[in-house]
Design a protein around this ligand. Structure first.
Ligand code: FAD
Length: 509
């Protein structure tokens, strides 16, 4: 057991970023690699689970950013593989609001809805002008205060929750304004979102991508370079190479490694680096946030919630912000009903502290809380839950959260440190995408990028270096013009690189 060839690349993780890193190497003639994956499957956080006789997506669910000026590469793949997906209509949310006293007539909340929209527009414009002028970042909450109105009532708070937490999985107090507004995903790829509900799972995309370059038999990957159930516990690295140790006692040698484990994993002690990663790297990793986003799936004996095309979202507004607030019906759409026939399914999303709290509870207690909320929404005469699935992403040790969120206090140059290589170690994964962190397409693009970096390094001796000095200077700099200039330069460099990746991707399809 082991691997000793001189130009071999060890890839940690078989999520979409790890698979794309390997695929990029393979497409460029570097076939001497091994992929080590901790779980029993590829796909990582694109993960379907059995529920109600079918499957549900406990991880990524939407292709986010569709019908814009650039084409989202995941949208291209979803179409190529005929993945069943449905347009998500966010426009009717205010018609489906509930409080502890039941249904709220939409005509009574027009002020709140208008205010929430105006506020979002204001903070977006504020972010644009601040970024242009090289001004220091602020939180979304600070932006709201500058707007002059911070949500207070249950209805105001849950409209706010829909605008921010439902996307970033952390509250406005935590989230960076400048790095999330406008959200590069929607600005570049378009505002539309498509909800994947395909019996093969969203991860079908990853299987297809892997099958393009890994050996398969009867649709199953049999390639000896993909090793499942291999938990990497130690990474020893130097400029001469990398040695990996796995939980089962195996050792792997390579010239380089690409680490795609999630930010949550890198913040935990699962993988021990030897020598320890440099301070600039560790601090950047620890400054960034791993958020938790939890979808709780429920099946009832019959449907008692409203079913019409505009009722995909039902919003519950409690005094406690984010308390079981976002409900999505899986029978509201005719087509969704086709995908989940007779299932009477609905799911509720919680995030951040609520996720953390709920993850600690036994299912029985979660059920009781949910039933109590549903009785407030729909009255006392509703049936009991027949089946429930509660993913616990925060506690899963190979993920430790759902996706990264850009918090206040992390600059562009600091972000570069998250992604930067250390000697022979390269990093990829959702959290290393400067523009699209948190998303499937972000993870996908960083995999390609890390692969390309290594191709340039191995084949053309052009190896990426990270300037620690420059990083330090910029981190400590207080000069507005300098920051603005550097920020613009970094953004332009990234955009150029990403556009090149997108263009080559398009040609390769
Ligand atoms: C609940 C939830 C909802 C989401 N919703 C959306 C959405 O709607 N749209 C969207 O675009 N994105 C969404 N995302 C984000 C998206 O799923 C991720 O950005 C993307 O899948 C991450 O891919 P990755 O390759 O970077 O990481 P991962 O998929 O996490 O892959 C990393 C792999 O590394 C493995 N690993 C970890 N530690 C080790 C180790 N020590 N040794 C070996 N292997 C290891 C893991 O098992 C994993 O398979 C969601 C995520 C979650 C969890």
């Amino acid at each position: 057991d082991g691997h000793t060839k001189t130009d071999s690349v060890l890839i940690v993780g078989a999520g979409i970023s790890g698979i794309m890193a390997a695929k990029t190497l393979s497409q460029n003639g570097i076939n001497d690699f091994v992929i080590l994956e901790a779980t029993e499957r590829i796909g990582g956080r694109m993960r379907e689970e059995a529920f109600a006789g079918g499957i549900v997506e406990i991880g990524a669910n939407w292709v986010e950013g569709v019908h814009g000026s650039k084409v989202n590469p995941i949208w291209t793949l979803a179409n190529k593989y005929n993945l069943t997906s449905f347009y998500t209509d966010f426009s009717n949310q205010s018609s489906n609001i509930y409080t502890k006293n039941g249904y709220v007539d939409p005509s009574t909340v027009t002020n709140e809805t208008k205010m929430a929209e105006a506020e979002k527009e204001y903070v977006t414009n504020l972010a644009i002008s601040k970024s242009k002028n090289g001004e220091q970042d602020i939180s979304i909450l600070t932006g709201q205060r500058l707007f002059g109105s911070v949500p207070q009532t249950p209805i105001e708070m849950c409209l706010e929750y829909q605008n921010y937490d439902f996307e970033f999985a952390e509250p406005p107090r935590v989230t960076s304004l400048e790095n999330t507004h406008p959200n590069p995903t929607f600005r570049d790829f378009g505002d539309d979102e498509y909800f994947v509900a395909d019996p093969r799972g969203y991860s079908h995309i990853v299987h297809q991508l892997a099958g393009d370059f890994l050996q398969t038999r009867n649709g199953k990957i049999t390639d000896p370079r993909l090793l499942l159930n291999k938990v990497v516990r130690k990474i020893k690295y130097s400029k001469d190479g990398v040695k990996l140790l796995t939980e089962d006692g195996s050792t792997y040698f390579g010239k380089f490694a690409i680490v795609t484990a999630s930010l949550g994993v890198l913040q935990s002690s699962l993988i021990k680096f030897q020598p320890v990663l440099p301070d600039w790297k560790v601090e950047a990793l620890f400054q960034f946030d791993m958020a938790i986003y939890t979808k709780i799936f429920l099946r009832f004996p019959y449907t008692f919630w409203p079913i019409y095309p505009g009722a995909q979202f039902l919003i519950y507004c409690d005094e406690r912000r984010g308390y079981y607030s976002t409900w999505q019906s899986l029978v509201s759409f005719q087509h969704l009903a086709k995908e989940f026939p007779g299932k009477n399914m609905i799911f509720v999303t919680v995030t951040d502290e609520e996720s953390r709290r709920i993850e600690q509870l036994p299912d029985k207690e979660i059920k009781a809380e949910i039933m109590s909320v549903l009785r407030k929404m729909f009255g006392p005469n509703i049936p009991e839950i027949e089946e429930m699935l509660v993913p616990r992403w925060g506690s899963m040790k190979y993920f430790k959260g759902s996706y990264s969120n850009w918090p206040i206090g992390v600059s562009d140059s600091e972000f570069e440190a998250i992604q930067a290589p250390v000697e022979t170690l390269y990093f990829a994964g959702e959290h290393t995408s400067q523009k699209y962190s948190g998303y499937v397409h972000g993870a996908y693009l960083t995999g390609i990028e890390a692969g390309k970096d290594l191709v340039a390094c191995i084949k053309h001796k052009k190896c990426r270096k990270f300037s620690q000095e420059k990083h330090k200077d910029l981190k400590n700099s207080t000069c507005k013009e300098e920051i603005a200039k550097e920020r613009e330069a970094t953004r332009q460099a990234w955009t150029k690189k990403m556009d090149a990746v997108l263009a080559s991707h398009k040609n390769g399809m």
